[in-house]
Design a protein around this ligand. Structure first.
Ligand code: BF8
Ligand code: SF4
Length: 675
């Protein structure tokens, strides 16, 4: 079955491998004006950042890049050299396709474990809160608690808030370690009937998150599964475990800290203030960062007594997204430029938890007046300050950290501060619930229908979800901004999470004033219609691209997909919805991407995952996956070409759905589902 009506669009990336890293020795690899200013200022001054290290690593090992390097046992590393002779296989005889499949499956397992373990921490916090053991937390969003309980089939009747919270927390924990053969509850509660049948038929339901990850590590151990088709399709079970962990993380975080609502903020290094105590929260877990934000107000006077004008908190990576969504805390920057925030000289303290924290921040901090504070037992950096974050005394831990920041600020006097004056206004906070409330302004009964009407009338081309990281294989932020620009201009409704959302926020794509500049006529008209219908509630207006949160909040996008499919009366592989991770970097991006594919979504990745070493595996993820699940990967490193392919995938789905709808109407029959 063709994926695109335009059959000239190939499955292969348009840029040959050797030409993908443009100008490899040039460290000015960004389109973010703040990052460029900072890189220019410190060029050749001996401060080494990821931009220098990227250049130094070029050219990177071709075996690893293509996925044909195996280090799974210590006879290795084995590299697949050529197609014939003893060197064409690993020492154990593993074929290139086995090696590629095992490597990619293990990446997905790593991603699922990161998302899910983060979720588990939050679930324990809810459990202990519900039992009255954590004085510093409470159920902030009782409505969400009740909604989640209802979604997963727990009756709230006659139960106090804490009793219900305890039951929900225990149900979540069960999804991590369930010992029966029942599939994960958080998964089955949030997918379409069509997907339930598909996952059952294909036998890829995870019964518990931990079991799925352990099972995949076992399957890919030396001398176990050699069948690439089996490995790749079983890796999809891990991606569904990842889905489960993400959804648990989002749901429980909302219960503890509140479901996000539209809020106004700013993004880029210009949000830092030279005269204030600047604290940057970085990582992923909101348990600490939200507490730091909550108590910072109380500490303003202490900061002023130290000579500061106050306390300025800003965020990097997904912890930044979490506190932006719930408390309007500005974004300092995203993944690739994290060290540059320290190089402003104004960052008094950077507090980190888990994931996507470059170990190099400590070395960079040594050249500036910055204290790095690690907080988690499983995430330390040699030489940095460690404040063991203690949920039993969250407020005390947060105060200790803020006091450290104030002490560091006192030592800043007389030292150079250089904050690139670039920032943009941001309207964020679009949880799935608030999106539906906004769409409800146009159609109160079936909010999603408001969007579907636009698509069916041909005014909008569909929805594009942006997610994932930065990866210096592309120019920092360039893929994100090129593709979002093309989607908006072509009247595609855009939702975004993670560092992708942060790239857009920094560049003004989340500023309501830019709707007419960035969006095609029809999309701009739709956004203005939504603004008009919600004008009593939304004083700040609506942006061109909608920020739906952190990476675990891709679960909010999955809710969007499910409700869109249910409202359209078809399963997810038929809806005009595409996803893109324009600059994917982390293992989590692999698990998110494969979860989207399993959920029936064409998913573009703009930096190459290590699959090119096996044409068979490449074909499975880009083509065969589609025949089984309806979703597939589009691997394309050129952002212009990628935009074309994404638009073509949307066009194909809309066209196909339109044809079948017309037939159903003409013959007064049910809509066919067999395509
Ligand atoms: O979890 S987008 S670089 S920060 S992995 Fe990391 Fe990638 Fe950013 Fe958020 Ni997601
Ligand atoms: Fe080499 Fe096989 Fe060991 Fe991999 S598992 S390192 S291919 S011997």
């Amino acid at each position: 079955m063709p994926r695109f009506r335009d059959t000239d669009l190939s499955l292969s990336p348009s840029v040959p491998r050797k030409e993908r890293v443009k100008d490899p020795k040039n460290i000015m690899r960004s389109v973010d004006p703040a990052a460029l200013e900072m890189l220019a200022k410190y060029k050749d001054q001996g401060i080494i950042t990821g931009f220098d290290r990227y250049a130094a690593q070029q050219p990177q090992c071709a075996f690893g890049y293509e996925g044909v390097c195996c280090r799974i046992c210590i006879q290795g590393p084995c590299r697949v050299k050529g197609t014939e002779g003893p060197g064409s296989k690993g020492i154990c005889g593993a074929h290139g396709y086995t090696i590629v499949a095992r490597n990619i499956a293990r990446l997905a397992a790593g991603g699922a474990s990161a998302h899910s373990d983060h979720g588990r921490e939050i679930v324990y916090a809810l459990l202990h809160t519900a039992k009255g053991e954590l004085a510093d937390y409470s159920v902030k969003d009782e409505k969400k608690l009740r909604r989640v309980a209802a979604n997963i089939g727990i009756s709230a009747e006659g139960k106090s808030v804490n009793e219900l919270a305890e039951e929900v927390a225990l149900a979540a924990l069960n999804d991590f370690g369930n010992i029966t053969s029942e599939p994960c509850r958080w998964l089955t509660s949030y997918i379409t009937e069509g997907r339930k049948k598909k996952f059952d038929d294909c036998n890829i339901y995870p019964t518990s998150i931990d079991r799925a990850v352990v099972g995949m590590l076992h399957e890919t151990h030396m001398g176990v599964d050699a069948d690439p088709v089996n490995i790749v399709f079983n890796a999809l079970r891990v991606s569904l475990a990842d889905f489960t962990g993400m959804h648990i993380s989002t749901d429980i975080s909302d219960i503890l800290f509140g479901t996000p609502e539209p809020c106004v903020s700013e993004a880029n290094l210009g949000v830092m203030k030279a005269d204030k105590v600047n604290i940057i929260v970085h990582g992923h877990n909101p348990l600490l960062s939200q507490t730091v934000v909550d108590v910072a107000n109380e500490m303003e006077e202490e900061a002023k007594a130290a000579g500061a004008a106050g306390i300025q908190i800003s965020g990097i990576c997904c912890t930044g997204n979490e506190v932006l969504m719930r408390s309007g805390i500005p974004i300092a920057t995203n993944f690739s430029s994290q060290e540059l925030a320290i190089m402003t000289g104004a960052c008094d303290l950077m507090v980190v938890d888990v994931q996507c924290i470059m170990p190099s921040i400590r070395a960079v901090a040594e050249c500036f007046n910055t204290t790095i504070v690690t907080t988690m037992a499983n995430s330390k950096i040699p030489g940095s300050h460690h404040v063991a974050f203690d949920e039993d005394h969250a407020v005390a831990s947060a105060k200790e950290i803020i006091r450290l920041a104030i002490d560091t600020f006192k030592e800043r006097k007389g030292k150079e501060v250089f904050i690139p004056q670039h920032k943009n206004k941001v309207v964020a906070g679009f949880s799935f619930e608030s999106m539906m409330e906004i769409f409800g302004g146009l159609n109160a009964e079936v909010p999603m229908q408001a969007l579907i009407d636009e698509i069916e009338a041909g005014r909008l081309k569909g929805v594009a979800m942006f997610c994932g990281c930065n990866n210096l294989e592309s120019i920092h932020d360039q893929n994100h901004l090129t593709i979002v620009g093309n989607m908006l201009k072509n009247d595609v409704f855009v939702i975004a999470t993670g560092c992708s959302a942060q790239a857009m926020a920094k560049a003004g794509y989340m500023d309501p004033a830019k709707v007419d500049e960035f969006c095609g006529e029809n999309l701009a008209a739709f956004i203005h219609k939504l603004e008009e219908a919600n004008k009593d509630k939304l004083s700040a207006g609506l942006p061109p691209a909608f920020h739906m949160g952190s990476c675990v909040d891709n679960s909010r996008c999955h809710d969007f997909i499910r409700v869109m499919a249910d409202t359209m009366g078809v399963d997810t592989p038929k809806i005009p919805f595409v996803a893109t991770a324009p600059e994917a970097m982390s293992e989590k991006a692999i698990s998110i991407g494969s979860g989207l594919v399993t959920n029936g979504i064409p998913t573009h990745v703009g930096t190459m995952p290590p699959v090119e070493g096996s044409p068979l595996v490449y074909d499975i993820v880009c083509r065969i996956a589609s025949d089984v699940y309806g979703g597939y990967l589009i691997l394309e490193t050129d952002p212009e070409k990628a935009s074309e392919k994404l638009l073509a995938a949307l066009e194909y789905r809309t066209w196909k759905l339109g044809v079948h709808k017309a037939v159903a109407e003409r013959y007064e029959s049910a809509l066919t589902k067999n395509y």
